[in-house]
Design a protein around this ligand. Sequence first.
Ligand code: NAP
Length: 286
Amino acid sequence: MITGTTQLLGVIGHPIEHSLSPVMHNAAIAQLGINAVYLPLPVTPADLSTALAGFRAIGLRGFSVTIPHKQAIIPLLSEISELAQTIGAVNTVYPTAQGWGGTNTDVAGFIAPLTTLRSWENAIAVVLGNGGAARAVVAGCMQLGCQQIHVVGRNPAKLQPFLESWQSSPRSKTLSVHKRDNLPNLLPHADLLVNTTPIGMFPQLEASPLSPKDLEPLKSGAIAYDLIYTPRPTQFLRYAQAQGANPIDGLEMLVQQGAVALTLWLQQPAPIEIMRQALLDQLKTH
Ligand code: NAP
């Protein structure tokens, strides 16, 4: 029930109608029995700064950030975590004495389903794509301690700047970038293959960043990880599984990044099971 003391949380984006975050976070809030609500907050790029001032005026307890504000919000924050600075994107904002602080929980979300599987210290990761999500994946692979991280992109002009942007990171030497035609040399050694491109996302159900033939060199037992969560599984994961790989889809990353954010805002553990189930129920209806 909304009362005079209900606390406000939310997600800003443009568009925001398709966000699954309200379903996930409100299920968690209900489970915790907290007097709070998590709202979709449509904010255009032109209104971002005004919206932040307004959120401060009404005492928002925190908010998530999605496309197109993840980078644009950075100069408007009073503090930013080292991780968000490295990635160059903020997805979680919390109040500070001076205004708003930003961090990035996608890295924690990405690595959560991987940490329990094996030790990653001698592992070789191959990452398809070099956009925003790839940055969280590279930071995650560095956190896991991967020995080599190979990023494969379609646009050579973007690959070198991508590599250079990691120069100050202590594990930058583990990172290399490659054009797509080098993939056959990389795949036989990959322990982890991650799709960070949107290829195969609903409604492109038949599309895959790699064909069954491309995937033939992949080791049996390698992990194939697709950041996409609609459909589940993607065509990429189907092909990789047929090749003997173990699949992970993007749902767990979505759940876990949300859980880390909620824990930060509420200062108490998030009910991860409830959040996962709320998302599964919501995705079933689509
Ligand atoms: P982005 O910044 O636009 O980056 C997409 C990357 O994919 C770019 O490197 C782009 O190449 C490449 N790409 C796009 N279309 C391609 C094509 N047809 N062929 C080859 N490469 C192509 O997007 P993003 O924010 O990183 O998001 C990527 C995906 O991750 C989305 O599906 C998103 O839903 C998913 N995601 C999931 C989670 C989760 O919690 N599970 C979190 C974040 C993102 P160019 O650089 O050449 O354009």
